[in-house]
Design a protein around this ligand. Structure first.
Ligand code: NAD
Length: 514
């Protein structure tokens, strides 16, 4: 009897975010004839951790409208003695912090009350909730695992595997002595109060503690997290330790007052700008007068836009999760940043910005411009978008913004690409500077950091372009001669070739332990 009768047939390969992200890895691995065992090592992560964190949520006031609110229209208004105890969330709910209602004149009927704004709210007691949490440690051939922490509704093991692998490539391209990791929690941070997010973060690090460390795995901010979250992770990791101050390097992206690096907050956006600047410099052009559009106006998008505007480029349109704006005269990125970070702008959105007009997301991608910076989430530049773009260059601020199909279309259309693993490597590069400063108990100036960052970004981007064109140059900044493979390829494949050659060297020279 043939063996096939004895086994359940293997399921066909399923296409996922991870397999899609790994297509370029396989293409580059084929191109350079990557050692088969190294390929197996890199094809799947070293470790995939999935766990849960539980937290007791706070009491909430949930808005009630229409017919549900009518029976409470005659309720006397509740005068809250300490309005600071009420924390307004982006979804309209209000968290009751501390003892917000204690000592107030409270009028409650069947669990409902009315606030001075006139709105009727249902009082929902806080309950314990469970959140799914992740940390994927992809590879550590070149150094400790390194990568961000994402708080977002749409996360999965598959996504974190893709993002962790990207970090392995990125740290190799940036020439920093780290491997790749990524993790986070499945939640929408805008639906939780400050103290709730603090509790969730502390609990997350409580469970993560045995898996991370300054020389083991070093998290950083990503979508939905920031320096405040990093500070909490640092405290939870180092609390009660004998050599607490030697542990500062367990996370990067910290506030400069507690061991963060000058220039880190803007580093990813600045790195994108260095690449775009070098792209034009090679053509004898500058950024002055160049037009661009940005998707995502968070950390990466807003800083990149602000720096570009300060160099004379013109921002025409911005799209984010809650809206799209356009101005043919150019949008003032600093003013827009002030608008999105205003405490009254609960969604932190560009929507409603008075200095521009509202347009549809579908029209955003069709705005004619010199270059586009996707700086939101992955998979946004689809085939349809790729056909629609009226631009000459894409600089990928986000991780994985372009699908493989869209990538092929862009290549056919002759639209140039600065791929994510080099374009947004500025963040991890300055994270490395932060980590060194922590180890040495030093603190560098922003000018020093930016100068080093510029050198690192442009040097590695130049090597990638040399690989892509199969033409080596040797300049003061770089030496592209060692990485050429004898044929031309896309910039994306070239970036991956550089990463794989640098990683493979470790396996070739150090060998395998077993
Ligand atoms: P952020 O949370 O600060 O900002 C994200 C932005 O994307 C927000 O403006 C949000 O409105 C927008 N957005 C979310 N969903 C959207 C949607 N469906 N359509 C349009 N816009 C949407 O995040 P960030 O730190 O700026 O990260 C942005 C991207 O850059 C991510 O892909 C991240 O992985 C990547 N990245 C960040 C860093 C870093 O240092 N922060 C480093 C490397 C790569």
């Amino acid at each position: 009897m043939s063996e096939t009768y004895m086994r359940v047939p293997a399921p066909g390969p399923k296409r996922t975010v991870y397999t899609e992200a790994m297509e370029i890895f396989h293409r580059a691995a084929d191109l350079i004839g990557l050692n088969p065992r190294v390929r197996l090592e890199l094809e799947e992560p070293d470790y995939e951790h999935i766990f849960h964190v539980t937290v007791k949520l706070k009491d909430r006031l949930v808005p009630v409208t229409g017919a549900d609110a009518a029976p409470f229209a005659d309720l006397p208004v509740t005068q809250v003695r300490n309005p600071e105890g009420l924390e307004q969330l982006a979804d309209g709910k209000i968290i009751l912090n501390g003892r917000a209602l204690l000592g107030s004149d409270v009028a409650i009927r069947r669990g409902h009350l009315r606030l001075p704004s006139g709105g009727v709210y249902q009082l929902v007691p806080g309950e314990a909730q469970r959140f799914k949490a992740y940390r994927v440690q992809h590879n550590q051939a070149r150094g400790p695992y390194k990568g961000g922490i994402r708080y977002h509704r749409e996360v999965s093991l598959d996504l974190f595997k893709a993002l962790a692998a990207e970090m392995t490539w990125k740290t190799a391209i940036a020439e920093v002595p780290f491997g790749g990791g990524k993790g986070g929690i499945q939640l929408d941070p805008r639906q939780y109060g400050r103290e709730e997010l603090e509790a969730i973060t502390l609990r997350y690090m409580y469970k993560l503690k045995s898996l991370v460390g300054p020389n083991i795995d070093i998290p950083a901010p990503d979508v939905g997290t920031n320096g405040e979250i990093m500070a909490l992770m640092l405290r939870q990791f180092s609390d009660g330790e004998r050599e607490r101050h030697a542990q500062r390097g367990v996370v990067t992206g910290k506030d400069v007052r507690i061991g963060g690096s000058e220039g880190r907050v803007k580093a990813t956006g600045r790195g994108v700008v260095f690449c775009v600047e070098d792209f034009y410099a090679e053509r004898g052009e500058t950024l002055k007068g160049k037009t661009f559009i940005v998707q995502g106006f968070g950390n990466v998008g807003s800083h990149a836009a602000e720096i570009l505007c300060s160099m004379g480029a013109k921002l025409l349109a911005v799209n984010d999760a809650d809206g799209t704006i356009f101005s043919g005269d150019g949008i003032d990125a600093s003013a827009l940043m002030a608008y999105t970070t205003d405490s009254k702008n609960l969604k932190r959105s560009v929507a409603g910005y008075p200095g521009a007009q509202k347009i549809e997301k579908a029209d955003f991608w069709g705005v004619p411009c010199d270059f586009v910076i996707p700086a939101a989430l992955g998979g946004e530049i689809t085939s349809e978008v790729a056909e629609k773009l009226k631009t000459k260059l894409i600089a990928e601020g986000a991780n994985g913004p372009t699908t493989p199909e869209a990538d092929a279309i862009l290549q056919k259309r002759g639209i140039e690409m600065i791929p994510d693993i080099i374009a947004n490597a500025g963040g991890v590069t300055v994270s490395y500077y932060e980590w060194i400063q922590n180890k040495r108990m030093e603190s560098w100036t922003e000018a020093e950091v930016n100068k080093k960052l510029e050198f690192a970004m442009k040097r590695n981007y130049r090597i990638i372009r040399d690989i892509a064109r199969n033409s080596a140059r040797k300049t003061e900044m770089h030496d592209g001669t060692r990485f050429l493979i004898g044929k031309e390829m896309s910039t994306r494949a070239a970036a991956m070739v550089l990463a794989l050659k640098r990683i493979e060297a470790h396996y070739q020279l150090e060998g395998f332990s077993q």
